[in-house]
Design a protein around this ligand. Sequence first.
Ligand SMILES: Cc1cc2nc3c(=O)[nH]c(=O)nc-3n(C[C@H](O)[C@H](O)[C@H](O)COP(=O)(O)OP(=O)(O)OC[C@H]3O[C@@H](n4cnc5c(N)ncnc54)[C@H](O)[C@@H]3O)c2cc1C
Length: 511
Amino acid sequence: MAEGYDKAGSPVEEGADITGNKGPLSVVIVGGGIAGISAARHLIKNGIRQVKILEAMNRLGGRIHTVNGDAGKIDFGAQYIHGGEDNSLYQIAVKHDLIDRSSTPTKGSVASTFYGNEFYKENGSRIPKKIVKEVNEFLESVHKECNGIDNNTNYHESMGNCFERRFEEYLGSRDNTLEDVDTRKGLFDWRMRWEMHDNGCRSLFDVASPARYQNYTGNYFTEIKNGFQSVFSMLLKDVPCACVRTETPVTRINWENIRICNDENREDSKICMVETKHGEYFYCDYVIVTVPLGYLQLNIDTLFQPPLPSGKKAAILRSGFGNLVKVFLTWTKPFWEKSFEGIQFIWTSDEDIFDTQPASTLTKKNGDPWYRDFDGFHVLEDNSCTLLGWIGGEGGCLSERLTEGEILETCYLLLKKFAADMDIPKPCKIQRTQWQSQEYIRGCYSYVSIYNEPNDFQELIKPLPSKQNPVVLFAGEAMSYYHYSTTHGAYESGIDAANLVLQNVTQINRI
Ligand SMILES: Cc1cc2nc3c(=O)[nH]c(=O)nc-3n(C[C@H](O)[C@H](O)[C@H](O)COP(=O)(O)OP(=O)(O)OC[C@H]3O[C@@H](n4cnc5c(N)ncnc54)[C@H](O)[C@@H]3O)c2cc1C
């Protein structure tokens, strides 16, 4: 296996790449998530002989991370394939029989997904399904407007503003009783929380509207048998083990015309040096950087030598990258009926709802407790004893500072308070995610923020030193114009970066 070099250019350790060659690598890929694997796979399929993926963590997959739950697999990161036949990952999943299509209900819209859930107010009363459906259908039309499906006006309005403005119009067009207004406002507040988690932002008022994200047609929520990792594993099969190094954090990418090369047969004009935390140096012709945007933002001043051009740096810092927390609660046996789909929390007042305070009272900047950002809990298709809850925004970030015990206690109090007519026992287990606290991830996924400027995307993906002479290329979900924030966006961006390398690569790098 070809390994790193020391600063003088001597191999740190004897070894050769998958084809037995020593010498500088063709392409180093920083990050072993789906973008990194898809780039490597595409390069290898197209004859590039020396590819190395350097992954910081002790596992591959990045934000795809399937773990064992008590009653089946659960996904800490990506869980659903969004879209049908046009989505390449959907095609891969179908080809390898990873989708149980007979049991996957069609969930084309957010609104319809939650019709089977019970919406409860904090006083324990259920909201009639007719009202839930009516308000959600209206808000679904606003969701489409905000996602650029119906119109393309007001680019710099925030999604939060758009929702508020349209909801005011909606309320103004009706003859409301006081209680009715409170219920509808509560359902609106729920939808804002759901949108916040779906957009992976801290506040919906930071998200630009209409967003450029475009859905593929077909089911919005297709689950994978045995978790999303099975799709990732299918891709990984085409990447030889020798091409991958885990536990190898890259600390610096030196892209300034380094020309150390031990191979006499090569005329290298643009060799790049990648330095790792363990003091190894990898020399290569191209680097594809797939680290998450949140990591890039935090390490922007140290990761590149020379530093990034100011325009690119500013575009990266202006882009949005938020957080999303998943909480899995498990019971020894389900307390719910077969027809039960979930409980959603509808707050209709700002009053403190608990007689006894939950173990943790961390509050958001506006004074609300962290747990106000919970949407609710719903059943998982494959997992009969577990409910999944989502916390977006600031509340999600605060939850990462709490212990599992503190979160479990609070969830139990919330469920008992809202679903007061159900007999809910205490969960026996909690598993929760902490994506923002993870050193090499730093949040959930990217969004277009109101601070972004029109050319920011072009700056984000612009290779270094230039598009005409690409040496350092950028891939990952944030580098997808229409499908940012998703696995398929990351997958497609890896192929795009690989194609750019293929257009520029010299014959000598091919097998
Ligand atoms: C909670 C959650 C739910 C989600 N749900 C869905 C969903 O249902 N459907 C969907 O399509 N998408 C979903 N996503 C988004 C999806 O997971 C991501 O868009 C996608 O996996 C990103 O892939 P990537 O390769 O761009 O980045 P990553 O998977 O983050 O890979 C980047 C890799 O770079 C590594 N790295 C970072 N710094 C360094 C360094 N210095 N040196 C070496 N390696 C480094 C990281 O460790 C990581 O492994 C979800 C994400 C989260 C967090």
